[in-house]
Design a protein around this ligand. Sequence first.
Ligand code: SF4
Length: 330
Amino acid sequence: MTVEHVVSVSGGKDSTATYCLAVERSRPFRAVAADTGNEHPATYEAVNRLHERTGGPKVEWVKADFSRQIGGKRVFIEKNWEAHGVPADLVRRALSVLQPTGNPFLDLCLWKGRFPSRKAQFCTEELKIKPIDQGITRPLLADGATVISWQGVRAAESEARKYLPKFQRIGGQHSDLPGRLYAYRPLLRIVSVDEVFAIARRHGVDANPLYGWGLKRVGCFPCINCSKAELALVDGHFPEQIERLEAWEAIISEACKMGHATFFNLVNDPVMQAEWLQLDRDGRAIERFSLEQFGIRRMVEWAKTDRGGRQYSLFSREASTVCNQWGACE
Ligand code: SF4
């Protein structure tokens, strides 16, 4: 029976250390990364160069494609929206933007008509878990292999990860998986971040330069769960990323029945919350909503203030999300 080792890589410190530990095993393995379309160029470079110093395999990229879902949504809108009372102007505008762009994150939001949020975090599943599953894991299982999926997860990161086993059988009897898929989490008991960076250093691998800018996590840039401080850092050092999200908000707003969609779903700034309540006083807030008032640009302005409120971080999320189990989003 063939046993295939597959290391999931994201360009972050934990998955880089996991890749290096797989190299130290001196046995063949595959490494895979999911291109979300919402990464910083430094992260693509970190992933693409991982094999150079370590002598490990080149990382294979997988990428979600939502062309079929967007096509289906077009048909649905043409048939149903006007019949459901959506103004003809909104229908026309939605159809005009509903074309696949080839950027997975943007296309996912076009299909869903919204950005993901902490409570509806479909991004991890659609952009990372499924493409790796469908592009790498399932074909290996279909060929009869046993697959060991290496995941860069540490118990010290969160309550949810604290209870994960180091080695875990996935699927089996009540699943469509054949019971030959296992998760392996070699970093699970490592507490110190320094120790994680040290594993990469002994292979001559530098940390993703984004850590040097003060970011605690890399991956989507920014992540929908990023902290207030991280958002201010992104704007301070990489304003073009905020411009990109501003443009995306305008596009997704056109594809959305409500006529607006914001990258951050939570309004944590007390001043913005007060404005929202003011808008909502007669229950018609949605109609008066504007991106200028609640969009990414306004969130960035708040992030630069010392006013209260904060974005929820990945570390405060509940147990059992795919992200916590698989470490797909560092
Ligand atoms: S890093 Fe954040 S935005 Fe990206 S897929 Fe994970 S949770 Fe979603």
